[in-house]
Design a protein around this ligand. Structure first.
Ligand SMILES: *[C@@H]1O[C@H](CO)[C@@H](O)[C@H](O)[C@H]1NC(C)=O
Ligand SMILES: *[C@@H]1O[C@H](CO)[C@@H](O)[C@H](O)[C@H]1NC(C)=O
Ligand SMILES: *[C@@H]1O[C@H](CO)[C@@H](O)[C@H](O)[C@H]1NC(C)=O
Length: 475
């Protein structure tokens, strides 16, 4: 008997050690935030979602190199081209991280990539320092947004990418009389669709650039409408480029052993059982992301199950992305709702995190409940689908372009009228195991067909070819 003890504990120890290694690996890859997470929930909302410190991660770097080395990139025609990337700011939010992802793709094919950040805080900022070093490490040239070097580079560049609407402020402020010479080679990457971005101050040069690149069809249409109606300006040629999942995320999503370990670990930490069904919203907590309405639907679904005396495993709601210090009033409202309805044992709040993979491995259904015009794109949606999760999403924004209603998930209306439909869908997926699994598998197939990094690189390559051609013919 006694001899079993050591072997059991060794096994246990090995499992623990492995889990730690796995978690360490994951948090390492999060430092390459631009790759695993890129545009968190939505680049529409430029609020910060990441708050992890960034360290020095060599293995992440080498994996980037591996990735680039293996397949011929559709961007290889960009070799030795000079590209100037203009970021409105440098932070761990979706927009800048996505632009960095493009910087590394271009570096990977031997383009000369220069980066400037238009708005920088005056003091030293650890995040900016780390991100800039990361870029320097990979051969991206980083320099000041103002001054002759920026102007010279803009003039000699083959391509200038302005990232987000707000970056438009840089044109007049820095280029001044040279603006007209630079505009024909500008590609404007837009990720916003809130009203306050429709300002002539930001976008008056939009009609004269070579093209604009937007994350979803509905956002592109919205820009078309708003610029015409409100600003009386015309959009340039607009390209819709859906985003893709990083290879790192796909690696975890397709590793069943890793997924199982992460699932057990997260479930244990939440105090839920293996056969409980977890519905999770993974967005920074705010009214726009609709966690309040999700909780109301969830509560309603519990009542439905009780009324109809349905036999289902217990269901739980997980809200990942909590930050009491930022949305104190709204967060308090959510907790009050939970307490008032006595569903504390069914609802779990998890702080904002850069590493979403463990949660995607642990849950059964993703709820994407963004309100209003929804997400510009909503990268978490394709990430969840990579993990074979069905998605219950609002029929708004990019979500409706990703989720196929009735096939890879169900769509419900945004706003209060969506509460009951979402509750019904929650009950549906809780009771119909087969349907839930099939929808998750179909979502995965859809990701493999159109939402991988190489698909995104393909789409971007098409745009860049076009824009380069245009810029050349202008000379
Ligand atoms: C754009 O305008 C058209 C015509 O007014 C309208 O039908 C459409 O819904 C609008 N699209 C968006 C995304 O606002
Ligand atoms: C979550 O964040 C709050 C502050 O916003 C902090 O007090 C709490 O300890 C954090 N919880 C965990 C598990 O890190
Ligand atoms: C989604 O499909 C269901 C039926 O599967 C339908 O009742 C619902 O109206 C559809 N929703 C949207 C937004 O298309």
């Amino acid at each position: 008997m006694a001899k079993h003890t050591p072997s059991t504990s060794t096994l246990c120890f090995q499992k623990k050690r492995w889990l730690l290694i796995l978690l360490a690996l994951l948090s390492i890859s999060t430092a390459v935030a631009f790759i695993i997470r890129a545009a968190y929930d939505s680049s529409c909302d430029r609020s910060q979602r990441f708050d992890l410190p960034l360290g020095n991660e060599k293995s992440a770097e080498s994996s980037v190199k591996d990735r680039i080395g293996v397949v011929a990139s559709p961007l290889s025609f960009m070799k030795s081209k000079v590209v100037l990337l203009v970021s409105h700011e440098l932070s761990l939010s979706g927009g800048p991280l996505l632009l960095m992802e493009l910087a590394f793709l271009l570096r990977g094919v031997g383009a000369e990539v220069c980066w400037i950040t238009n708005q920088k805080p005056s003091g030293t900022d650890e995040v900016i320092y780390n991100l800039e070093n990361k870029m320097l490490d990979r051969g991206v040239q980083v320099f000041s947004a103002k001054g002759q070097e920026a102007i010279d580079t803009a003039l000699k560049a083959d391509l200038v990418v302005l990232n987000t609407a707000v970056a438009g402020k840089w044109l007049d402020a820095v280029l001044n009389k040279d603006v007209p010479r630079v505009l024909p080679k500008v590609l404007w990457w837009i990720h916003e669709m809130r009203g306050h971005y429709f300002k002539l101050d930001y976008v008056k040069h939009l009609p004269y650039v070579a093209g604009s690149m937007i994350d979803s069809h509905v956002t592109a249409e919205y820009w078309q409408n708003r610029t015409q109606e409100r600003l009386k300006i015309k959009m340039p040629k607009t390209y819709v480029v859906h985003l893709g999942n990083s290879k790192e995320l796909m690696d975890v999503a397709e590793d069943n052993v890793a997924k199982r370990v992460l699932r057990e670990h997260v479930r244990e930490s939440l105090g839920v059982r293996n056969d409980d069904i977890l519905f999770a919203a993974i967005n920074s907590v705010s009214r726009g992301k609709g966690q309040d309405l999700f909780l109301r639907s969830f509560h309603e679904s519990l009542q439905l199950i009780k009324q109809k005396k349905l036999q289902v495993p217990s269901i739980h709601a997980v809200i990942v992305g909590s930050d009491m210090s930022v949305q104190t009033k709204f967060e308090t409202e959510l907790r009050d709702f939970v307490a008032r309805n006595q569903i504390q044992h069914r609802v779990h709040f998890v702080n904002k995190t850069l590493t979403v993979a463990p949660y995607l491995a642990a849950i059964d259904v993703l709820v994407q409940n963004s309100q209003g015009r929804g997400e510009c794109f909503g990268r978490i949606t394709i990430e969840a689908m990579a993990f074979q999760l069905p998605v219950l999403g609002t029929s708004a924004g990019g979500t409706a372009e990703i989720v196929v209603n009735g096939s890879t998930g169900f769509l419900h209306p945004a706003g209060k009228e969506g509460i009951t439909p979402l509750a019904t869908n929650i009950v549906k997926l809780a009771t119909q195991v087969e349907k839930r699994l099939t929808m998750g598998k179909r979502g995965y197939v859809r990701v493999k067909q159109m939402f991988l990094e190489r698909h995104m690189a393909d789409r971007i390559a098409g745009v860049l070819k076009d824009v380069l051609q245009k810029a050349k013919s202008h000379h």
